[in-house]
Design a protein. Structure first.
Length: 578
């Protein structure tokens, strides 16, 4: 990720398969751009996705079918029926038939004439826009990528594009491909990226990662949120609603002889219709120059990687802090943020990132009062924001799950949620180690110390960040003693630990809670800080114990006295002085 949810209600994906369910659905003209089609007819976003416009709301109410009632309705209130605007004035069209008219079409969700006061003031009750005037002001802006640097005579391009690949018939797929940069003899700066979109039906976002030098090139393959455990540096991101990524004129991502030599492109496909015959070869064009800019650039990631959103809840707030003790370890000098992007999925409603210094708010970096995943707002700072060692970055994500009947967890699937902030910054050398500072619920970490040291096949930090610290924990109080080696032993040869042997020998899986089982667990809790550390223990369970048979046996044995232990701890807490 970087990302969806088959949503009900106001927020939903704009899948182009629905265009075939209305007359001329693939031929609806853009109201203010000649020779441009409005593909997501039922959405405020021209490409579909996100909040529905008035016609989209009526189409949804009609069961996403073209009915006579929908045909005769005037969704945009301009005096013409939906059928008249879409070429079915007599409301006789059926799926698969040729419409009565194929010319003289207009958008059934846009009131016309657009410059009339009545149409401009037509109110909206969902989405980013208060009225049609605001919507059309955004929709009618030029879609040209405005990045003057890419037109310099010495700028060259390289396309990191997926080989033509079959799209699986499943809702969510992350697909990756690893490339070698085309010139390893010289130094260059990547200064921008632009998308090459081959299959807009399923493409939702793309990311280019920087990799370690020894990662082999690899043809298209299914991947997770990271293309590889040695490809962790986010270089540039594209998602629906963006036409490119233009770097600050003072910085570029270093490629070549003294920079990144291996790159991975990652695509997120969303195929809710489970269509089996899609293929895709989308990618990103990297614009790079031999004229090096004053600074090397990189991307800083903050966020929370463990939370739960309860069902049918109007407001759930998730917060995370990259605290001052973390940035003091993370930053070797002041860095300068020149752009920023909020990232949640479809339950996201509001999000902001804030900078604090010595406990006081310095500035709000991003503030999406109405968040729309399909219309991301990229914040660009011509005067970059200085972030000093010791500063705190706070991230607040707000969600609404009123229409969802089950709990939602953090994760990379389309049915999961995220809470991430991306900040492009320079100089890259100011970041000591991997460029992220995230939390697992309440515990802070800035470096994958346990994962990198004790998961087979994973090495130290990416070579572009040679000063990476072994100290994953930057806020020790959140770990409650379950830190570094204490945590690591549960990942490495866990079955050799006394705690494993003592508890599995004394307890049967899932009970009963015998005297010897209770004694073994209480003894372990007294000497093993991780067992009583809260979120730090939960991370061990999720990332380690549940992934091995020995770990699962141990957890089943611990389960034998879970109720008794809980009651004992609760009783002790109730009589403790406050």
């Amino acid at each position: 990720d970087l990302v969806l949810l088959l949503a009900l209600g106001a927020v939903a994906n704009g899948y182009r398969m629905f265009a075939d369910r209305i007359p001329n659905g693939q031929q609806v003209p853009h109201p203010c751009k000649p020779n441009v089609l409005w593909h997501g007819v039922g959405h405020f976003n021209v490409d579909g996705g996100g909040f529905r416009n008035p016609f989209g709301q009526d189409f949804d109410d009609a069961g996403k079918q073209w009915t006579e009632s929908l045909c005769r309705k005037d969704s945009d209130g301009d005096g013409r029926t939906n059928g008249e605007e879409l070429g079915d004035p007599n409301c006789v069209w059926k799926v698969g038939q040729m419409p009565t008219a194929t010319t003289g079409l207009s958008h059934p969700g846009v009131c016309d004439p657009m410059d009339s006061l009545q149409c401009q003031q037509k109110p909206f009750h969902v989405g980013l826009f208060r009225n049609q005037e605001e919507w059309m002001a955004a929709a009618c802006k030029s879609s040209e990528f405005n990045c003057s640097g890419i037109h310099d005579s010495d700028v060259t391009t390289m396309t990191a594009r997926l080989d033509e690949t079959q799209v699986p018939a499943k809702e969510t797929t992350y697909i990756c491909q690893i490339f070698e940069f085309e010139d390893l003899e010289n130094d260059y700066h990547m200064i921008a990226s632009t998308p090459v979109i081959n299959n807009s039906y399923i493409l939702h976002h793309m990311v280019i990662f920087g990799c370690e030098d020894d990662v082999p090139t690899k043809s298209a393959y299914e991947c997770d949120m990271l293309p590889d455990l040695k490809c962790k540096i986010i270089l540039t991101v594209w998602t629906l609603g963006l036409n490119g990524d233009c770097f600050h004129p003072s910085a570029g991502v270093r490629l070549g002889k003294h920079g990144l030599k291996k790159l991975a492109v990652q695509l997120h496909w969303n195929n809710p219709g489970l269509v089996a015959d899609y293929v895709d070869s989308s990618g990103l064009v990297m614009h790079y120059t031999p004229t090096l800019r004053p600074n090397d650039a990189s991307m800083f990631l903050v966020g929370n990687e463990h939370f739960i959103i309860p069902p049918r809840t109007d407001k759930t707030v998730v917060t995370t802090k990259c605290v001052g003790s973390c940035t003091r370890q993370k930053l070797g000098e002041t860095i300068h943020i020149y752009s920023a992007l909020n990232h949640m999925h479809y339950l996201g409603r509001k999000m902001r990132m804030e900078q604090y210094r010595n406990g006081s708010l310095v500035r709000t970096i991003t503030d999406d009062l109405i968040y729309d995943y399909d219309s991301p707002k990229l914040y660009f700072f011509p005067d970059p924001i200085p972030v000093e060692p010791g500063d705190e970055i706070r991230t607040t994500c707000e969600y609404s799950s009123t229409y969802k009947a089950v709990s939602t967890y953090w994760g990379e699937s389309t049915s999961d949620e995220m809470c991430y902030g991306f900040m492009a910054f320079y100089p890259a050398q100011g970041m000591l180690g991997e460029p992220f500072c995230t939390t697992y619920a309440t515990i802070s970490f800035i470096h994958s110390w346990v994962i990198q040291h004790f998961v087979p096949g994973v090495t130290n930090a990416v070579s572009a960040y040679p000063h990476s610290s072994d100290r994953a924990c930057c806020d020790p109080g959140t770990y409650h003693g379950c830190i570094n080696e204490e945590e690591a032993k549960y990942y490495q040869r866990f079955q050799e630990l006394d705690v494993y042997h003592n508890i599995t020998a004394a307890c049967r899986p899932f009970g009963p809670c015998t005297t010897e089982c209770m004694e073994a667990i209480l003894t372990a809790r007294a000497v093993e800080p991780c067992l009583t550390s809260g979120d730090a223990w939960q991370r061990i369970v999720e990332w380690g114990l549940t992934r091995s048979s020995e770990g699962r046996d141990f957890l089943a044995s611990m389960e034998s006295c879970e109720i008794e232990i809980h009651d004992m701890v609760s009783a002790k807490d109730s009589i403790s002085p406050h």
